[in-house]
Design a protein around this ligand. Structure first.
Ligand SMILES: Nc1ncnc2c1ncn2[C@@H]1O[C@H](COP(=O)(O)OP(=O)(O)OP(=O)(O)O)[C@@H](O)[C@H]1O
Ligand SMILES: [Mg+2]
Length: 272
């Protein structure tokens, strides 16, 4: 049985600590009840749950893009607002590629470095390295519209990696892509995560993607948003497509399916 109690998780080196952080938006929507969650360095944690359960809200609070209404968030033991002093970095990859349509792939990927004032020569070298990581070095001078949706998403990921982050926050990055492309990017992401020893917090609606990628899955319920269950996916890495046709994979998927159903039922009960 791999269902675990939140208290049972005592990560040795926390990358992210969410300490009773809750969120009520100015219009009164209670998006999140207090969340307590600790994510260790090197974990691949996926947030799963019905629409409106606060996955994006939680991720934005970790990123420092949103203030919690109460509670605290620490990244590498520091408040997010003090991260600019840190030697470690985080970056955020959104659901859509959000590229500048008039600028080349290279310029799009260089943007975070330009904003940080990194000298041009160094920036160009890092852009090339980042494009190579996602297999797009040949497309550096192309405009986004010349690329497929999957390739545009890879540009967006390259832009997320160009600052050499230690923590990658990804909000449904592959949601809009076809199944084959999505699986290819999932596999590439896992490879990167291992190679670069990243910590990843990932949001998806896909149970299969969650099982394939994650070392831990955090299930959330909506109205109000909260964490309801957590699952450790105790399968060794590297994971290949073969993992997806094993009985273990099917068991994990079933557990998550049942949990998601429970989470959705809670919501219906709350609405009555
Ligand atoms: N800026 C905002 N102002 C007011 N309410 C908001 C705002 N952003 C989100 N909400 C509400 O907060 C709750 C959580 O939203 P959030 O976008 O975090 O959920 P989610 O789990 O990411 O959903 P989805 O799976 O659809 O992306 C929802 O009820 C949503 O309507
Ligand atoms: Mg969302």
């Amino acid at each position: 049985m791999n269902r675990i109690e939140p208290q049972a998780l005592a990560p040795a080196v926390p990358a992210v600590e969410i300490l009773s952080a809750d969120k009520t938006y100015p219009n009164g929507t209670q998006a999140l009840l207090p969340v307590d969650l600790s994510i260790a360095e090197g974990e691949f944690v996926t947030l799963l749950g019905p629409s409106g359960c606060g996955k994006s809200t939680l991720l934005k609070m970790v990123a420092g893009m949103l203030e919690p209404s109460d509670g605290r968030l620490l990244v590498w033991r520091k408040p997010v607002s003090q991260l600019h002093d840190s030697t470690r970095r985080m970056s955020f990859v959104f659901q859509s590629a959000t590229l500048m349509p008039w600028a080349s792939v290279r310029t799009n990927v260089r943007l975070p470095l330009d904003l940080a004032g990194v000298p041009r020569a160094e920036a160009e070298a890092r852009v090339s390295e980042s494009l190579a990581l996602v297999g797009l070095e040949k497309f550096a001078d192309a405009l986004p519209r010349a690329l497929s949706g999957g390739m545009q998403m890879r540009v967006s990921i390259a832009r997320g990696l160009v600052t050499q982050p230690d923590l990658l926050l990804m909000d449904e990055p592959f949601g809009a892509l076809d199944e084959i492309t999505r699986h290819k990017l999932d596999a590439d992401l896992l490879e990167l995560w291992r190679k670069k020893k990243l910590t990843v917090i990932f949001v998806t609606h896909s149970i299969h993607e969650a099982v394939f990628l994650s070392s831990r899955v955090v299930m959330m319920a909506a109205r109000p948003g909260r964490v309801v269950e957590q699952f450790q996916i105790d399968e060794p890495y590297p994971r290949s497509a073969d993992f997806m046709v094993t009985p273990a994979f099917a068991r994990y998927a079933k557990q998550l399916q049942d949990s998601l159903l429970r989470a959705s039922t809670l919501e219906e009960e709350a609405a009555r």
